[in-house]
Design a protein around this ligand. Structure first.
Ligand SMILES: [Zn+2]
Length: 284
């Protein structure tokens, strides 16, 4: 059985075609790219519109050239929720949340746990309810336990079914909290910080495979889009079966994002085409 991998959280806009090529060779067949911050702060709502258009237009086309199905999650990220210049992004979201290929609201949640973040987080969970979409929730990298507790309290208050919420960037300290909540559990595997493949294998041993998702969260920082595959190989080396790997690296993300009703995984459907730029038309 050939391995099939669905990366449920990766920022391909920051990556090269070499990455797409290596990912495809490693077994990655589908992914979800959540909207996030770009390092350099954005100064107007219009630049978000351009970014979101890229996530539902150009990037799926780029992925399709390597046989990878690209889907997006759209949101105002927690960090930029603190910038008053970006507040209008919340009004822009409903238009994007109706688009084909948008399978969740995300990533939302907390960065520094400010009142502005509280407001944006709650407003966007309400949008997930309104648009009948799952939500991808980022947990803060500092003060993780308190941030995760507060995250779960806000999710509960939103009325969103916990089965439609993925709480991401978990570790040994926060996994129990989220497992008890009924939300899905996401783990970002990084080259040198946060989770590593061996630590991930231990968590799966201790907590089972249900509602567990593994992602590379690769972006413009030091990260590695192949760490989903490395984790799969580490699972096999530790005695997990091919079916266990398929469940965590493929069936779980398909089940979670499938709740949107918008996943496109059928090989018979045409991959994304790109028509936003006339210069590209008329080629091969
Ligand atoms: Zn991210």
């Amino acid at each position: 059985m050939t391995m099939r991998i669905f990366d449920p959280h990766i920022h391909m806009t920051s990556r090269t075609t070499d990455d797409y090529e290596r990912m495809a060779a490693a077994g990655v067949r589908a992914l979800v790219e959540p909207a996030f911050w770009l390092g350099q702060p954005r100064t107007s709502v219009e630049t978000f519109a351009d970014y979101f258009d890229g996530l539902v237009g150009w990037e799926p086309f780029r992925a399709g050239q390597f046989g990878i199905r690209h889907h997006a999650a759209i949101a105002l990220n927690p960090k930029e929720a603190n910038d008053p210049r970006c507040a209008g992004v919340l009004d822009l979201l409903p238009r994007y949340l109706e688009k084909e290929g948008v399978v969740a609201v995300g990533e939302v949640g907390y960065d520094s746990m400010t009142p502005a973040e509280d407001e944006a987080f709650a407003a966007q969970l309400a949008l997930a309810v309104d648009h009948d979409l799952p939500a991808l929730v980022h947990t803060p990298h500092r003060d993780k336990a308190r941030g995760t507790e507060r995250t779960l309290a806000v999710v509960k208050e939103s009325g969103l079914d916990p089965g439609r919420v993925l709480v991401d960037h978990l570790n040994e300290v926060t996994v129990d909290l989220v497992q008890g909540s009924g939300c899905w559990m996401g783990f970002s595997i990084y080259p040198d910080t946060k989770m590593s493949p061996p630590r991930m294998v231990e968590i799966l041993r201790g907590h089972g495979l249900e509602r567990m998702l593994v992602n590379s969260a690769a972006d413009w920082g030091r990260s590695d889009p192949l760490l989903t595959r490395v984790t799969a190989d580490a699972m096999l080396a530790a005695g997990f079966t091919d079916d266990d790997v398929d469940r965590v690296l493929w069936r779980n993300p398909v089940e979670f994002y499938g709740q949107s009703g918008r996943l496109q995984l059928d090989e018979s459907e045409p991959a994304a085409t790109f028509e936003g730029n006339s210069i590209l038309r008329g080629g091969s």
